[in-house]
Design a protein around this ligand. Sequence first.
Ligand SMILES: [Zn+2]
Ligand SMILES: [Zn+2]
Length: 219
Amino acid sequence: MPISKKPQSLLRNSFNFPTFSSLPDEPRIEIDLKYYDSGPFGFKPSQHWCFVGEIVDSIGLVRGLLRVKDKDGQVVTIGLYTDDRGQALAPQIKIGHTVAVLYSEQHRFLDMTVGIRVGDISNIKIIPCSLEQLLKASDDVATLRKGQPRRCGSCGKEENASDNTHLRLCSRCRHTAYCGEDCQKKAWVAGHKADCKALVGVRWFTERNWRMFHDWFSF
Ligand SMILES: [Zn+2]
Ligand SMILES: [Zn+2]
């Protein structure tokens, strides 16, 4: 993987958002202690984790199969073994969209291909942007949290009470700010339209604490 100087934002964290090859094995002959702690009531996850991958093929949708590419570029199969075989998700399933699967494990399908078996619909979510856009949105949220001054997302003007520059947040993503309507319109056409979907999609992830396990997350 190329060395990146980008901030280590949430979704780039390889423990909470592992690539396929790092996921625990499903037939748990031995519990993977990288992911689970033993407690008084048996094993529970030590932290939350979620697999993310971009849909590269959905030809097998009638059989409830998706092909997705993870952060390493590895392409794996996601098998939808939910009650409806993924039909509820069908309208959102598009090549180039991102799939997130909570608490994924490595599964070996009957035809010996490897992938992820999804049994519970509340563990899977499709985000209407590419994986790269979602990772970038995660970086953007991390950068803002570092306390850098807010700037207009179009002209770059800084918020400044003394010269009456007040920035207003985009009402959809509540992340990107603008000094006025003209800047907002310009930015929307110039690409915020796509970034905005990714920022809305990433919020579910960034507003949760992935390091402390109390109870299972569900979408
Ligand atoms: Zn502006
Ligand atoms: Zn927005």
